[in-house]
Design a binder for this molecule. Sequence first.
Ligand code: DLL
Length: 433
Amino acid sequence: MIWDTTETLPREEIRRLQLERLKKVVRRVYNKVPFYRKQFEKYSIKPSDIKTLEDIAKLPFTTKDDLRENYPYGLFAVPLDKLVRIHASSGTTGLPTVVGYTKKDLHTWSDLVARIVVQAGVTSRDVVQICFTYGLFTGGFGLHYGLERVGATVVPASSGNTKRQIQLMKDFHTSVLVSTPSYALYIAEVAEEMGVNPRELGLRVGLFGSEPWSEAMREELQKRWGLLATDNYGMSELIGPGVAGECERQNGLHISEDHFLAEIINPKTGEPLPPGSKGELVITTLTKEGLPLLRYRTRDLTSIDESPCLCGRTTARLARISGRTDDMLIIRGVNIFPSQVEEVLSEIKGVGPEYLIVVDRKDYLDQLEIQVELASDYFTGKYRDLEDLEATVKSKLQSVLNVTPRVKLVEYKSLERTAGKAKRVIDRRKERK
Ligand code: DLL
């Protein structure tokens, strides 16, 4: 099913709509947001300079630092009395990023989330358990209102208290799970510990997002739960969940292009890259009233595919997010992404999907340790086998990363699980300075 007819517009129509909306948002921020007015003056640009979609490259980028420097409300384009909701991102480094919504923004947001849940196959007959935190994080409330818009029966379970989550699934006949992919895996582990086979809980769709994951993790989730695991992408600054999501074909995340104009740039030079290239995703919000953003640098690495999808939607699709520019670790001068580690591990039998990268510095030299959990069914009882497995993991990681890591095999379930976004990296080098 398709939620909204704009999802199937011919591409020229989408581009026409985008240009009309781009011109409008550029004029609006110029008139309403002093920060943007100053930026335009600094770069000697006028709203009238935007005549085509390509002209967007004339505009300066907006960054997370710009939001922080204008904390909390400095970039808002409406007075506070027009805002009806505030959310904020956790702010692991420094001040949180604050975002605000007008009534119309909330309406749009619910519609955008409705699109992604419908394209994943959710209907009004589903009972949907939301295991995202309800609060300043956009995941809980974002999915909640979109699912209600579709008419699904929402169970606002929030995250944590995992045994209770499983009990709720059983009692309420939950058919759809909303969570981070790592939490979904953890719930399955806890269910198995309780003697419950997750497959017998009868869930049919998983709406997973908010953190990077891999195809191997998708397969694992589909196998453990017996559901269709779909990916969806979003970001608080842009609106929250609902920016892009997979359809049942699981072949890229459809971008709601009538509301977001997506570009891929070279993260080093800021140059726009041609369609299909991999680089940093930059998004301009086309319809947001409360906090419109021009060319927002997401720091997420992906590519865009404009070819038609078998589902009939014409919107361009994002490839799975493969990492963040700021996730990149530089170890002894070599660039390393956590997703590379995940990919290597997914190809080795005997180890599970959970890992932790620990970076430290000793005698001015970077040290890389990768802790890898054994798979749940790994048991031979022979020390020699463990040694062999460790050597295999080490040599495969070494050949892909071009750095020699110390590999530490750890017991199944010994790495920390979280109910939110998984933590894959501990970098102790900062403490050493
Ligand atoms: O995570 C919004 C969201 C909530 C999306 C629920 C999907 C579901 P933030 O907390 O602001 O917003 O974090 C945004 O999370 O820049 C990505 O790095 C990462 N991220 C979000 N979705 C995905 C995904 C929400 N599907 C940041 N795959 C983004 C990979 C994702 N990374």
